[in-house]
Design a protein around this ligand. Sequence first.
Ligand code: HEC
Length: 434
Amino acid sequence: MVARASADEAAALRLLKTRCFSCHNEEKSKGGLVMTSRDALLKGGENGAALAVGNPEESAMIAALSPGADPHMPPKKQLSTTQIATLSAWVKAGAPWNASALEDAPRPVNLAPLPAAYRPVLAVALSPDGKSLAAGCGSEVVIYEVTEKGLIERARAAAHLDPVQSVTWSPDGARLATGAFRRVLVWNAHDLSLERELTSGLTDRITAVRFTPDGHRLIIADGRVAEHGTVRIADVAIGGVQTSWPAHADTIFDLAVSADGQLLATAGGDRLVKIWELASQREVGRIEGHSAQVFGLAFNSDATQLVTAGADQQLKAWDVRKGNQIMLLGKHSVGISAVAWAPTPSAIFAITDAGGLLRYTNFKPHTGAESSSAADERKMDAAETALHCVAVSATGDRIFAGSHDGRVLGWNKDGKLVTKLDVNAPKPATAAAR
Ligand code: HEC
């Protein structure tokens, strides 16, 4: 019998797979280092062994992860303290290598005990009326009813073969679209029946999906880490990609479409933010104000302003027409993983790699670089886990975030953390048979 990997071992191996293998494999061994087997790690790269079994302090692969390291891995990205701790503990535990943990998670089966695999919540989205929350829970999509007391599961469907990377509602709330690996699915949002599947022409991870305001088209971002990020426009009724263009030289982490459907903003792993005229796909603006990957962006209600955030720990707002910075918001010591801009009253919400949720209101643009004077900052209850994605109601009084460790967290308007849902907790059979 093949021994199963322990949860800790599996988590460490999945991290190596998702964060390191793309550059350190048989074909592409950056720094002379192959990481796809334990032997290869022991052999190491140009500078010798990458792994000292039992000794994280002596292991180059762990040393390279800390913020000031040179070389720093993964380049231009920063693993969270939890992720670094997972990898250190794994080295300390003897770096066990059970290759079964590296296989893609099988399609979830109803009523079967859920495997202790990587089932993160990488995408959350609130319906336009704010009454339902859609979340990618591992490879499934789940719709929750948002109630005073918390979230009630309404529908669940096996969506993809790997973690759902993006989820979005159509403007009329009738449909949902999800994206994962090389596949975008369009769902009926009432019963989660599958309406359409888009696969042709998509490369690798679908990192963001948005409907145009008329609901007729889908804007899709896909791409390969450190290689390219492509924007594609697909017709929802026909189901085919109509137009694509290379937009960034790295992953596109976020997309925003202006309410009038004229402008598209893209956030790149190449540190750039670009503004496009959707009708012509022409680049009409470019923001070079971040020194690391840009993870999130959002327009204000009339798309005159844009807020951007990323791995460089900066949260900034820009005048869209002029392209100049108008606000620097807060002072952060961790990467900011996502942002949202609630329209009424106007409020910016940002989540961090350290579990922080911050709200900014009462904006005073053009007051210079002094962060403290640009807006009022409110720190909401912190979560104990790195947050990855955020969804905010139009009024800003309900906030939801998703985490790598499979949780949906919810805050009320007073900033109290009122929901902590483990989406992977086994449910009683009656609930699953619904
Ligand atoms: C985007 C590509 C990329 C990713 C992803 C990446 N690396 Fe690297 N890695 C490189 C490059 C390029 C070098 C060579 C750096 C140099 O010395 O200039 C390197 C070098 C290294 C070295 C030193 C090898 C030697 O002997 O010189 C280690 C150790 C390392 N990487 C570990 C990791 C770990 C651990 C991860 C995942 C957490 C990771 N890398 C992810 C590109 C990458």
